[in-house]
Ligand binder design. Structure first.
Ligand code: 3AM
Length: 177
């Protein structure tokens, strides 16, 4: 079964700048730059029919392009950090697009996503990274990087069947207009 999710792609020049965050934290498994993305809605391992329905519904979305601003590095997981991310400003435009994907996913018959949406680019998965080391890392690199770009489309990505992770393949692209 395909494992699918919707996302905003990260342009090459932004990915290159974000790659500057790589390194300097033990226990980090750094994501390949070509796999950087901003997940909007994880659809999961779904059957072909549901995937077709979701792809069709996504094609009905009518929204204008919008500005995406990277606000800086952060960690998810609190006392047990599990991911290092570049946070993305939760602008009304990205929140509304994500909310629409959530509604469409439910119309396609998928269960509701219970986690609150916090837009981000995952930079590394963390295993055995101490909260102290993560705090030190962030202390050295914190602050807004002054990175933004215009999202002109969103995409439906597939990841490795049942396993997840990159390489991610763009199965369909949907222009914002
Ligand atoms: O954008 P990132 O890399 O943070 O964490 C997974 C990844 O997000 C997330 O979907 C993206 C593409 O794999 N993901 C994986 N399993 C998930 C789940 N069960 C999930 N999101 C929500 N629920």
């Amino acid at each position: 079964m395909p494992r699918l999710f919707t996302a905003i792609e990260v342009p090459d020049e932004i990915g290159l700048a974000l790659a500057g965050y790589r390194g300097g934290l033990s226990g980090a498994r750094w994501i390949d730059v070509e796999n950087y993305h901003i997940t909007l809605r994880f659809l999961g391992d779904i059957d072909e029919e549901t995937a077709q329905e979701a792809a069709y519904l996504l094609g009905q979305v009518r929204r204008p392009p919008f500005e995406v601003t990277i606000t800086g590095p952060d960690a998810f997981g609190g006392g047990r950090p599990r991911a290092l991310v570049a946070k993305v400003s939760p602008s009304p435009a990205i929140l509304e697009l994500q909310a629409e994907h959530e509604r469409l996913a439910r119309r396609a018959g998928l269960p509701a996503e219970s986690r609150k949406f916090a837009p981000h680019v995952t930079l590394a998965r963390l295993r055995d990274a101490s909260p102290r080391a993560v705090a030190d890392y962030l202390g050295l690199r914190g602050g807004p990087p002054g990175l933004s770009f215009r999202a002109e489309q969103f995409v439906l990505y597939s990841s490795r069947d049942s396993v997840g992770g990159g390489p991610y393949v763009v199965e369909a692209a949907y222009p914002l207009r």
